[in-house]
Design a protein around this ligand. Sequence first.
Ligand code: FES
Ligand code: MG
Length: 570
Amino acid sequence: MNLRSDEWYGGDDRNSYIHRAWMRRGLPSSAFEGRPQIAIANTASDLTPCNAHLNEVAQSVKQGVYEAGGIPHNLPVVSLGETNVRPTAMLWRNMAAMAMEEMFRANPIDGLVLLGGCDKTIPALLMAAASVDLPAVVVPGGPMLNGTFRGATLGCGTDVWKLSEEVRAGRLPRDTFLRSESSMIRSRGHCNTMGTASTMAIMAEALGMTIPGIAGTPAADARLLEGAHTAGRLAVELVQEDRTVSRVLTAGSFHNAIVALAACGGSTNAVVHLLAVAGRLGLELGLEDFDRIGKDVPLLVNLQPAGTYLMEDLFRAGGPLAVLAQVRDLLDPQAVTVTGRPLVDELDVHEVWDPEVISSRESPLIADAGIATLRGNLAPDGAIIKPAAASPELLVHRGRAVVFDSIEDFRARIDDPDLDVDASSVLVLRGCGPKGYPGMPEVANMPLPQKLLEAGVRDMVRICDGRMSGTAYGTVVLHVAPEAAAGGLLALVQDGDEILLDVPARRLELLVDDAELAARQVSATTLEGYADPARGWERLYVDHVLQADRGADLDFLVGRSGAVVGRESH
Ligand code: FES
Ligand code: MG
């Protein structure tokens, strides 16, 4: 077997001596003779609470690697904690992916085990692994156990939005709200709703990048460690068979991920992340593919934010593969997993044990659960909406715009009793795209005006060039491209303009005539809302970030450079 790491460790010259000698640390010389060197790309960090347990998971991976004859190496990589990192973890996803990619390439490693959990960590790991194209397997860190408060379950994220709206509407005392805080995060693991972290774990599995059946295993469940051990063993086999990322991830894998996204009711954030990963592989994947492939996929999973249950319940009910077994005929039969076998061949053993959590194909929660791609003068490059999380009566809606230039502007004015807004208005928030903010924050699910909340209004049409938390819901048009700061028409919308949303017709239009629009200028206050960083990563990001329809990757990171490094370090 020809190992990449032999370029460092093979031979008897001065340089191979240097590479080996510093790595010995008690290892026998046989450790560097034909044994696959496996890096465990580990996003554990005390400041990423959802991933803090991954050091323990890494120990199980290590045992598996040793057992199969490889040599494991813990490789801490940039970690991103969704709840802590400002101004938004998404700003740093590409930075994390770039740093990971370069360290995977720069080091003497033959294969990768990717340990992620919190929202951006699995996407960044997948983007990096795709660009360096080494053999790789993902171990998702798993969700938290169900939280409970006052006898009811508490879902991470979703119930924060719900309870805080109840406080604003005057129906929940603030001290009760604050008491729920310690009940929500009950164990190790990532958010237990069908938010971005749960979604991306399922995406990794549906793409074929995990050992089958591991996604959704709670972080506190011993079977996660067993799966990590198995993944460590498999990483060695992947190297022996030279089964690199690009041999696993094909157009069919993305097809399967999109089916899984719809059937599980996954987060809209998966759209940007899957587009970015596909971009690294040079695969043609566009927004319309999500609409086309997801179109007739039924929603089978009854999880918060749209539904009732949490990830622990999904696991108990059979897990993501039991969901995919229900829609087997919609999956690509050829797409393989890291095992080398087709994903569809793994499904037979996965039964549904609780039809309340995983509906049968015959009685889905929603018949058509895909993401709709909208086009029109407001979004010539596309925008998306998740009809399953929207109010049916708002899917075709015409209303007057109430425009905000930034999230700060929004917060300052939304509860003003004099704000000219009613239930039929369309809330427009701009300056929140990849360039404008920068980093495309999760602010699109704008809270409703207090006076309308008090009057019983629970949903309104909202339009934004930013993203929405995977744990949020509502009739929200997201990812408008181009964003306002990249020359999108969103920048020219004025209060009172009529906007048409027609989801069945896939249209999003600003109903202002062309002559009038041609005469409009972007206002100084709108321009002030756009980011103009002086230096550092933010400057690089603003200058090079692509729009949401291209996965918000950096233009120079699209594609892959492979794993070859031609020059010695000494
Ligand atoms: Fe980490 Fe939700 S905050 S997964
Ligand atoms: Mg999130």
